[in-house]
Design a protein around this ligand. Structure first.
Ligand code: 4GX
Length: 262
């Protein structure tokens, strides 16, 4: 996949391309990337890319002509590319959208600044509007990096440890199980015994169970929409039975907890 980023701040991407898995993915040709400076498509001595809003009000709007010309140039370079505008008005990006976009041939990422871009550019030159979340950034550049980062780790071969992408958080709407590495005891706290046992079946069972409990405690919204597998349903049912048992034990203890408040 090739990413073409349209921005007035191309230097922001230099260190992004140059580190970690992104850098390796580029050098292995899993992905490639380039920027087009929107300012280079502006006219006049001052190469102005913004102007005052029709109708008045504060802030500036990105002029349509330089942006449209930049998108046309990007489409000329990559005719199969989809043009994505980063904007708070877009579809909220998540792992499902990431998987969808990862199947695209190439992407043009349009980074707006100021109060926004002229509406006619959105209508005529943009294929998808995407938001990385419900908060306001000063520009689309960080959002473009977020999208490229998450798409890159879905490109086959880019992660090195081949299947790790699909095992991660959200790939099946469950949070990841806890991770431990050496030392065995740290600050008085031990690594769970089962992880040292070498019983792979038991370890997998423990990991699924801790994934489920974490998701239940921290992100019930994910669990509510997840299609559950049979082993997952069995674990949840067992918790229900355990909780029922604990509640019932109260009455035989002679506690008045079941007969009324306090
Ligand atoms: N997820 N911003 C874009 C300027 C703008 C506004 C409207 C086009 C249309 C953001 C986000 C985000 C701030 C980037 C406004 N450009 N982008 N910018 N959240 O907040 O993607």
């Amino acid at each position: 996949m090739h990413f073409v980023v349209l921005t007035i701040f191309p230097e922001m991407f230099d260190s992004f391309w140059d580190h970690g898995i992104i850098r390796r993915a580029i050098s292995q040709n899993n992905i490639s990337a380039s920027t087009l400076n929107i300012r280079a498509f502006a006219e006049g001595r001052h190469k102005v890319t913004d102007d005052r809003p029709y109708g008045g009000g504060c802030g500036m709007v990105m002029k349509p002509e330089p942006l449209a010309r930049a998108i046309q140039e990007a489409k000329k370079q990559k005719p199969l590319a989809q043009a994505i505008l980063l904007t708070p008005q877009g579809r909220v990006f998540d792992q499902h959208v990431a998987r969808e976009f990862a199947s695209f041939e190439d992407l043009i990422l349009v980074c707006g600044r100021y109060e926004g871009v002229d509406e006619r550019v959105c209508e005529d030159f943009i294929d998808f509007e995407v938001s990385i979340g419900d908060y306001i950034l000063t520009g689309g550049e960080l959002a473009a990096m977020v999208i490229m980062d998450s798409l890159t780790r879905l490109i086959p071969g880019a992660l090195g440890g081949e299947d790790s992408a699909e095992k991660d958080s959200f790939s099946d709407d469950l949070l990841e199980h806890a991770h431990y590495t050496r030392p065995k005891t740290f600050e008085g706290s031990d690594v769970p015994e089962v992880l040292l046992s070498g019983h792979h079946g038991e370890i997998e069972k423990w990991r699924l169970e801790t994934s489920l409990i974490r998701t239940f405690l921290k992100r019930q919204d994910l669990l509510a929409k997840k299609p559950l597998t049979n082993p997952e349903i069995e674990i949840l049912k067992k918790w229900c039975r355990d909780i029922e048992r604990i509640i019932h034990a109260q009455s035989s203890l002679g506690s008045d907890a079941l007969s009324g408040p306090e």
